[in-house]
Design a binder for this molecule. Structure first.
Ligand code: CMP
Length: 147
């Protein structure tokens, strides 16, 4: 069954001009876009988005990084989207990520790891709801099926 997940192309990847390359990797892996926009995280946005990590040693650096420049947020769809996106994105630490994964290709460090992928269906819905109103999510079948 097709499901959806949420992803963020993080500020280092956007600043380096890698947004297009990353979206291309997602498309080649069979993900279709259901919603897409460029946003600037405020400190409030970062605290809300990463509320599970408040108080952890890396939280301050994470907030500084996520508010350092624009990000690109997206809802993507395919079979088993949450698990397949996590596989494609790779381990949190780019140094430990498998060859060919997005973090291996574009990540610079644990914090500057290029991309976020939701870790569960429940979190995916919570996370995309912070960035997209229902009307901004393309619900119709526009013939997105890959040929
Ligand atoms: P992400 O998958 O977006 O979720 C939390 C983010 O915190 C993670 O990616 C990293 O960018 C960042 N982070 C920094 N240090 C750590 C750490 N030691 N463990 C987990 N996440 C970290």
């Amino acid at each position: 069954m097709k499901t959806r997940s949420f992803t963020i192309v993080k500020p280092n990847a956007v600043a380096a001009g890698n947004t297009g390359r990353i979206l291309d990797i997602l498309a080649a892996a069979g993900f279709t876009l259901r919603a897409l926009k460029m946003v600037c995280f405020s400190r409030n946005d970062a605290y809300r988005f990463y509320s599970d990590h408040i108080g952890k040693p890396f939280f301050g650096e994470l907030v500084e990084f996520m508010t350092s420049g624009p990000s690109v947020v997206a809802i993507v769809e395919r079979e088993d989207a949450v698990a397949e996106l996590r596989k494609l994105v790779g381990a949190t630490d780019p140094a430990k990520a498998a060859e060919g994964t997005i973090r291996k290709l574009f990540g610079e460090s644990l914090t500057r790891n290029a991309i976020h992928a939701s870790d569960s269906q429940e979190h995916a819905v919570r996370e995309w709801s912070q960035w997209f109103w229902p009307g901004e999510i393309m619900e119709a079948d526009y013939g997105f099926t890959r040929k």
